[in-house]
Design a protein around this ligand. Structure first.
Ligand code: FAD
Length: 591
């Protein structure tokens, strides 16, 4: 441990108290982009529960959106229209305007940092098609807008940022697990973390804290998400008494490998892949006659699930086929090598010769920690920021994706709002010379939680509870929802929480104890799942990825608003705030 950062602070109950101007929790694109920015001027540390370059951003395959117009005509206004329409008009248009206008700057910065993008024959950054991205305000066909590094875009960008963090002297605490957010009197004062490798509770005292803790796909059984995506940041924010926004909007990606959930990037359809049902029909012709497989994800996922539910899955099973064979082996191996490898390794399917069995998979959380356009975390629906607390990327809700995210807008959001968070923190730190006071009980709750789990001796196994949660969330709070299923899910959550109080773990050691971490993660997942389900029950309409079969229409009169939800004393409390509409008035969404 670097003694420079360790300070003695009376009464906080732990030996290690580190001090940095900025603590970033999360080493994905959002966290590291913020760290690169803020470290140009201040002392920045990044904490991550997995080694930084193993962060989930590294799994992103398809691309990052920007209207560079390198391959054909494109404009930020077209990108804005597509994003607003894709969001089913729930996205805040002031934030979306920033997203699409600054996108080319963010991508070119990556290029200048050395990211190895795929190139056109002339040497420009190459661009490909992705669902919902169109020409001429939706009147034209799909547009070449996604910048990519074959099908390993996230990997390329993540490593670029890591190198730049190293260059700027960012201090990394790899395999440190944040267990608590210290907020008192509306001022953020740091975080508490568990040292995964050596054991021990550490307090990180900071003037500014930024969360880039990623999404929560792991609450579902079939998911494209990594093991680490348990949404910890969201429940830490809830426990600190702050709200979460639009949690009912969960994106299901149309093409997960059958039974595995592992993603087959939309790039596969962007390059020309077809979806085929049991009768050999290219069924998207019925659901989205104009955009076919390149309609947005909510629509394609519902279409696939309808085919499966109505018995037209392959051989009556719960999957359809994604056919790439007509693209030819040369194109597949050049543009989609990872897809080929995944299909082969996990299903033993050679996609140059046979179609890939796929089913929709839980993929992305549109909702999260409410922030303003400068990535400042908000306390309420009135734009009141928490002093010294920032968030960006998938854990945050600014909200640029509204009810449904377009592919490639997420790497963009994470990088762009990570960058804005970094700039915001620099402005904040220039005016904030002193460290806020560290409360004497800063680590009390974390110490008690860890001791409780380590000595837990009940009759319930964490893995059983997690599996039940994932299965039921997929069944009752999945692509198609109704009141009856959601009410059953609420009751299940109450019973799972009661059983969680009676867990037992086998490993009681303090070093590298994944039994301990998995128990803590399950506590987080149970905590915020209630907001997903309760929010979905409340929202009596269908919008974007939230599809209520008992309320099949979008209801702008009652529901053109964002959900804010708090959890206090076990009770969920709701409030709502208006959607920001500037250029594009809501209208019916057809593709
Ligand atoms: C398979 C797949 C492919 C995708 N492809 C694309 C694509 O092509 N284009 C696109 O735009 N989007 C894509 N997405 C979405 C996109 O990758 C993510 O939304 C984005 O990378 C999230 O970045 P992030 O920085 O917010 O979080 P992440 O990259 O998920 O990073 C989260 C970080 O938080 C840390 N963390 C979490 N909890 C704790 C804790 N308690 N203590 C300490 N650290 C913690 C983790 O260690 C990690 O470092 C894809 C997603 C998936 C699942």
């Amino acid at each position: 441990m670097d003694p420079e950062t360790i300070h003695d602070v009376e009464g906080v109950g732990v030996h290690y108290v580190h001090r940095h101007d900025v603590i970033v929790v999360g080493a994905g694109l959002a966290g590291m982009r913020a760290a690169v920015e803020a470290s140009a001027e201040f002392d920045v540390a990044v904490i991550s529960k997995v080694f930084p370059t193993r962060s989930h951003s590294g799994a992103a395959q398809g691309g990052i959106a920007a209207s560079l117009a390198n391959e054909e005509e494109d404009h930020w206004e077209w990108h804005m229209f597509d994003t607003v329409k894709g969001s089913d008009y729930l996205g805040d248009q002031d934030a979306i305007e920033i997203l699409v206008k600054e996108a080319p700057v963010v991508v070119r910065e990556f290029e200048h940092m050395g990211s190895p993008f795929s190139r056109t024959p002339e040497g420009r950054i190459a661009q490909r098609k992705f669902g919902g991205h169109t020409k001429d305000f939706g009147r034209g066909g799909p547009v070449l807008r996604a910048c990519y590094a074959v099908d390993r875009t996230g990997h390329a960008l993540l490593h670029t940022l890591y190198e730049h963090c190293m260059k700027n002297g960012v201090r990394f605490y790899p395999e440190f697990y944040a267990t608590e957010l210290i907020i008192r009197d509306g001022v953020c004062r740091g975080i508490v973390a568990w040292d995964v490798i050596n054991g021990g509770v550490h307090v990180f005292h900071a003037k500014a804290v930024m969360f880039g803790t990623g999404g929560y796909g792991k609450v579902f059984k079939i998911t494209s998400n990594a093991l680490a995506n348990t949404g910890d940041g969201l429940s830490l924010v809830l426990r600190a008494g702050l709200p979460l926004e639009d949690m009912e909007f969960v994106q299901f990606h149309p093409t997960g490998l059958y039974l595995q959930g592992i993603l087959v990037s939309e790039a596969a359809r962007g390059e020309g892949g077809y979806l085929i049902n049991d009768t050999g029909e290219r069924f998207m012709e019925r659901y989205a006659p104009d955009k076919l497989e390149l309609a947005p994800r909510d629509l394609v996922s519902r279409s696939i699930q309808t085919e499966i539910n109505e018995g037209r899955g392959i051989g009556g099973e719960a999957y359809v086929h994604l056919d790439l064979t007509h693209l030819g082996a040369e194109k597949i191996m050049r543009q989609l090598p990872q897809i080929h490898e995944l299909a082969w390794k996990f299903l033993h399917v050679d996609c140059t010769k046979e179609p890939i069995p796929i089913q929709p998979t839980a993929h992305y959380s549109m909702g999260g920690i409410p922030t303003d356009k400068d990535a400042r975390v908000l306390l309420d629906g009135k734009e009141t920021p928490v002093t010294g607390f920032f968030a960006g990327g998938e854990c945050a809700c600014v909200s640029v994706h509204g009810g449904n995210r377009l592919g490639t807008n997420s790497l963009l959001e994470a990088s762009l709002f990570g960058r804005r968070a970094g700039k915001s923190m620099v402005r904040f730190l220039r005016e904030t010379r002193e460290f806020p006071e560290l409360p004497a009980d800063a680590a009390r709750v974390s110490i008690a939680e860890i001791d409780r789990v380590l000595s837990a001796d009940g009759d319930q196994r964490v893995s059983d509870l997690r599996e039940e949660l994932q299965e039921r969330m997929t069944r009752d709070c999945g692509i198609f929802r109704n009141a009856e299923k959601l009410e059953a899910m609420m009751a299940d959550l109450v019973s799972l929480e009661k059983r969680f109080a009676r867990i037992r773990i086998d490993d009681r050691s303090r070093r590298f104890n994944y039994d301990l971490l998995e128990a803590i993660e399950l506590g987080h997942m149970l905590e915020f799942s209630e907001l997903i389900v309760a929010g979905a029950l409340k929202r009596q309409e269908s919008r974007g990825a939230h599809s209520r079969v008992d309320f099949p229409k979008r209801d702008d009169e009652k529901w053109l608003k964002h959900t804010l939800a708090w959890k206090t004393g076990g009770e969920v409390r709701f409030d709502y705030k208006p959607v920001v509409i500037t250029r594009f008035q809501p209208k019916e969404r057809t593709y």
